[in-house]
Ligand binder design. Structure first.
Ligand code: F6P
Length: 526
């Protein structure tokens, strides 16, 4: 289906925002805070237990009004409702976009044409639950083993790996202690070799995770793991030590996956949005099904908020609108995600795929070229590590990089005081980025330290921080499975909103195909 939507730059509000940027671009954050003592309060929203402080943005009340108007004018709410209704909004693949159904309550009704998606989702979830419990209890064991499984190896890549790795790391403090979960994704063999060194073949469950079951990296690693198992245990182990998650039932059959160890999902789930589906099997094994269901409940809570809140109070929409503000009106091409909890260390990488595979497009839905910059470059790292690595560029570089700081109030480890230090650092960085340090302040500081006039003259300019570098603070009480679900859904809907405004199909990924095809041709050519 070809959609005839509007080019973003032709929207009246887009034009109004261009003019408005000229006014706001001249203001400084120091000035904005000085004028409004309650700015931090006024430019904060709380919903679903998540607090978003966007006061350190180059934005006034009028900016937010205009951005909210832009969302309306671009039809974000209409497209959102169509997504939830199961319309085929992934137009280039003619597919529904129903990852939201994966976290539905049983009473919800999600349909893709005649398919009752809610019922199908819950059937698979129940099967996962039985499987996970049987693995944990030792009722299901590896071939020839009297002991329960001790290790799970998830073999998958992209959306069949990143979410799993991210969630397991983030929720390490909620793990099932009797089971270690490893992830293998790259094709070069190093990860697999390293994991095989640590595990006992009889007590290891391999989970092959691939929506298509045709991905070269995953199949290469899966075949190598199967050969290793055949050599170390024997043929029968394949049916007992391998589980698989895929939409491709024939391929799971051909690999020799036992029917009880197969978990399906559907083409209306995009790979990068699939951690909520059976793709999350390794997460459920690693954290327990109760925690996995809490993760789903978190996603559901954010869905409710996204569906109900008006744009100016809607957390995902606000994140998207601010991102568009800088991307399209200030020329910022990248955004840094900086969590102040090392357990969220893989969150930036997970968000990278979510954003860049979804919105790294330059053709609009109807086939016309997109004439405004789209697809932010997303990058980041756990906060303190990043401070000692690339913050120099954030503070004084010639590039303009808006930042999302993310942190729980309470630490995720037993070293609570150390977490407090992390939070203090985050606050200090946000202030330094926003307010900087003027030449006069630098000079006064150097004078107080007893430097000579000449020394001050030479050094002062290098120490100036221009400030005016925006950041959002995303805060919540603690990093638990439910909150993690909220955070993931928060960014999913942010990406959705951006794509809706840019009028692109955020749910296809044609740009990854050519390279794959050429690699296959090169392989066949020897
Ligand atoms: O190459 C990109 C991609 O198609 C992603 O969209 C996907 O998450 C990944 O490959 C893995 O695909 P699959 O789950 O089918 O193995």
């Amino acid at each position: 289906m070809i959609e005839k939507n509007t080019a973003p730059e032709t929207l009246a509000t887009w034009k109004a925002l261009r003019a408005h940027q000229k006014e706001v671009g001249k203001k400084s954050l120091r000035e904005l805070f000085a004028k409004d003592r309650k700015r931090a309060e006024r430019f904060s929203v709380k919903a679903c237990g998540i607090r978003l402080d966007y006061s350190r943005h180059l934005a006034t009340r009028k900016t937010i009004k205009l951005l909210a108007k832009l969302a309306r004018e671009a039809g974000v709410e209409d497209l959102r409702d169509r997504m939830f209704a199961g319309d085929h909004i992934n137009t280039t693949e003619d597919r529904a976009v129903l990852h939201v159904a994966l976290r539905s309550a049983q009473k919800d009704r999600f349909r893709d044409g005649d398919q009752d998606c809610t019922a199908d989702v819950h059937e698979v979830l129940d099967k996962m639950e039985r499987f996970v419990q049987a693995v944990h209890s030792g009722e299901i064991r590896g071939y020839g083993s009297r002991l329960p499984f001790t290790d799970v190896v998830n073999i998958g890549i992209g959306g069949s790996d990143l979410g799993i790795e991210m969630a397991l790391k983030a929720l390490h403090h909620h793990r099932v202690r009797s089971l270690r979960v490893h992830t293998v994704s790259n094709i070069d063999g190093t990860q697999l070799a390293d994991v095989l060194e640590q595990i006992n073949p009889r007590t290891t469950l391999f989970v092959i995770c691939s929506k298509t079951f045709t991905t070269q990296e995953t199949l290469t690693n899966a075949r190598a793991a199967r050969n290793w198992l055949l050599e170390t245990v024997g043929e029968e182990a394949v049916a007992r030590n391998f589980a698989a998650v895929s939409t491709n039932h024939e391929a799971m059959d051909a690999f020799g996956i036992h029917p009880d160890y197969r978990f399906g999902f559907w083409d209306w789930v995009g790979g990068r949005y699939s951690v909520w589906s059976a793709v999350g099997l390794s997460v459920a094994l690693g954290l327990g099904m109760k925690n996995f269901r809490a993760f789903l409940a978190g996603g559901r809570a954010m869905d409710r908020h996204f569906r109900r809140a008006p744009p100016a109070e809607n957390l995902p929409m606000l994140l998207a609108l601010l991102s568009i503000w800088y991307n399209d009106f200030f020329g910022a091409s990248s955004q840094a995600i900086l969590p102040y909890d090392a357990r969220l260390g893989r969150f930036p990488a997970f968000l990278q795929q979510m954003h860049m595979e979804s919105n790294g497009k330059s053709v609009r839905k109807g086939g016309k070229p997109l004439r405004v910059p789209s697809g932010n470059i997303i990058w980041g790292e756990a906060g303190n590590n990043a401070q000692h690595s690339f913050y120099q560029l954030l503070h004084q570089g010639s590039r303009f990089v808006p930042v999302d700081f993310i942190a729980p109030d309470e630490g995720s480890s037993r070293f609570r005081d150390q977490h407090r230090l992390g939070l203090i650092n985050m606050r200090a960085q946000a202030e330094a980025l926003a307010f900087g340090q003027t030449a006069a302040e630098v000079r006064a500081d150097l004078e107080a330290r007893g430097m000579s006039r000449q020394e001050i003259c030479a050094l002062a300019i290098h120490k100036v921080h221009r400030g005016n570098r925006p950041s959002t603070l995303i805060r919540f009480r603690r990093l638990d499975p439910k909150t993690m679900g909220k955070l993931v859904a928060l960014y999913e809907h942010k990406v959705f909103t951006e794509g809706a405004i840019w009028d692109i199909d955020s749910f296809d990924q044609w740009g990854v195909e050519l390279g794959k095809k050429l690699a296959q041709q090169l392989e066949s050519a020897g």
